[in-house]
Design a protein around this ligand. Structure first.
Ligand SMILES: [Zn+2]
Length: 142
């Protein structure tokens, strides 16, 4: 456990989450999640917003990439309702969504709500949950 675990907010209980296999820049990103931070890369050369994090800017090829924190708000770009349980601990149905985060990147995530509550364009906010020992972001209405 790292020092970042000393003051985090409580994790949301979301059943059926799977531990990520994170490497490289992703490992740093998941460490930010452990600190309850939703982060993204901004290119220091051309200011492009990059997500997921990577080693070089696809717009200009620059490698001066800086971590920035998102405020954790966005809107549902699209979603689908998964009605097939891949593992027994998963709920009967769950919502997987693409979220357009206010800072200008799109993330695929679990949207924690009833399937009939999900809607394209709805406002959402980040929360964090345990996924097999890792901390991952999910989004909730609000
Ligand atoms: Zn760039």
């Amino acid at each position: 456990m790292s020092g970042a675990d000393l003051s985090p907010s409580p994790l949301m209980d979301v059943p059926g989450m799977v531990a990520p296999d994170a490497r490289g820049e992703e490992a740093t990103w998941f460490e930010h999640c452990r600190q309850r931070r939703l982060t993204f890369h901004r290119c220091g050369s051309c200011s492009a917003v990059l997500f997921p994090p990577r080693g070089a800017c696809p717009a200009c090829g620059g490698t001066d990439l800086r971590w920035e924190d998102s405020a954790g708000h966005g809107r549902v770009y699209s979603y689908t309702v998964q009605r097939r349980r891949v593992r027994p601990e998963m709920p009967e149905s769950s919502v997987v969504a693409l979220i357009d985060v206010d800072e200008g990147f799109r993330i695929m995530t679990r949207l924690v709500c009833e399937p009939d509550q999900a809607a394209i364009g709805m406002q959402v906010a980040v929360a964090f949950t345990d996924a097999g020992g890792a901390v991952v972001p999910v989004f909730i209405p609000g």
